[in-house]
Design a protein around this ligand. Structure first.
Ligand code: PLP
Length: 374
């Protein structure tokens, strides 16, 4: 099997599987006062420390969630709940993941004004976000790398300049596709809130975190026993939290070599694709190397995807996002509809190899001969 769909989810690493197993065996409740409880709460504390360190944050600024969807929802609804009586504007990029764009749509229906900033000729400019923010804005949310094309958004520069002008404005970054793929510290990102997800980073599904800068108040949505400093009640999922910590620890230790491997893979794929007639690369040159989006003009994405699947090569179609619903992201980036409908997304992990790319390329060349173009 050749797995090129790592932006969707990743294979759990051995250290992750071990962490899950170990903490399932040591099954204590972190709130229990006895020895088993203490061991479980220590596991949670260790993971929190690892994730905090990877972002240059304090452990008490990291709150575990069920994944980035919950983190994003908590950030957007939390900002609206805490500041929305006085400040009714929300500014977001037009290419956010549904985990951000859908909460915005819900709030719009309730009277919030949502400004969606679009790229110009495929490029986002800080000035456009800065112009969209006013005194009435409760939150700005920008993703770090777009999940469909890998395009980079100018998050740090925009947030830095906005924080100077509007110190009370909440800044949120959906960092799902950038976390542990580029060294980012909370201080240099100027973000009050950061969402991350475990399963994109070789941890299991169902675990993520929200960084909340010390001093920022985001109201709780889940009340109960007061876990996560009262922010998110409910017995902690110790196996998932331990696994998340284990994956981040491992990835922190080999960040430079992983990024080096993936950069080489990405450059090789781009080069090979450019030699196939009818291929258009959608990802901009400065995109994350972990994602390469391209179109094979004249062939529908789904047909290509299943053709590749028959050869056990797994990629994602570019424009069909959540369960077949068509995403507007590619057209926001200026990619015409016919190319959007022919788009595939390859997303790497450092376990991929150059010879896997050769197999993908020869499968695409065969597809061109065997499949009927649309
Ligand atoms: N944000 C981005 C940019 C994503 O790519 C994803 C997942 O695809 C999410 C949010 C949602 O993450 P999760 O699956 O952890 O809820």
């Amino acid at each position: 099997m050749i797995y090129f769909d790592n932006a969707a989810t990743t294979k759990p690493s051995e250290s992750v599987i071990k962490a899950v197993n170990d903490s399932l065996c040591e099954f204590g409740n972190p709130s229990s006062l006895h020895k088993l409880g203490l061991a479980a709460s220590q596991r949670v504390a260790v993971s929190r420390k690892i994730i905090a360190a990877s972002l240059g944050a304090l452990p008490e600024e990291i709150f575990f969630t069920s994944g980035a969807t919950e983190s994003d929802n908590t950030a957007i609804f939390g900002a609206a709940n805490s500041l929305g009586k006085r400040k009714k504007r929300i500014v977001v990029s037009s290419v956010e993941h549904p985990a951000v764009s859908e909460p915005c749509r819900q709030l719009e229906a309730k009277g919030f004004e949502v400004i969606r900033v679009s790229p110009r000729d495929g490029v986002f400019y800080p000035e456009d976000f800065i112009e969209a923010v006013n005194d009435n804005t409760c939150i700005i949310s920008m993703m770090f790398f777009n999940n469909e094309t890998g395009a980079r958004l100018p998050v740090a520069e925009t947030f830095r300049r906005l924080k100077k002008k509007y110190p009370d404005l909440l800044t949120h970054c959906d960092h799902v596709q950038g976390f542990m793929k580029e060294r980012i510290k909370v201080k240099t990102l100027f973000a009050d809130l950061i969402s991350v997800s475990g399963h994109k980073l070789h941890a299991p599904k169902g675990i993520g975190a929200l960084y909340i800068k010390k001093g920022i108040h985001i109201p709780s949505f889940i009340y109960g026993g007061g876990q996560e400093s009262g922010f998110r009640s409910g017995t902690e999922s110790v196996p998932l939290i331990s696994a998340f910590g284990a994956s981040i620890e491992e990835l922190s230790n080999n960040m430079d070599s992983r990024v080096g491997i993936v950069t080489e893979l990405s450059e090789y794929l781009r080069e090979k694709l450019s030699q196939i007639e009818g291929v258009y690369i959608n990802s901009p040159a400065d995109a994350t190397p972990f994602i390469v989006s391209f179109a094979l003009k004249g062939y529908r994405s789904e047909i290509l995807l299943h053709y590749l699947e028959q050869r056990e090569i797994y990629v994602s179609s570019g424009s069909a996002c959540s369960k077949g619903k068509k995403s507007s992201v590619l057209s926001e980036f200026g990619i015409p509809d016919d190319l959007a409908d022919s788009t595939l997304r390859v997303s790497f992990s450092s376990e991929n190899t150059l010879s896997e790319i050769d197999e993908l390329i020869s499968a695409l060349v065969d597809a061109k001969q065997e499949l009927v173009s649309k």
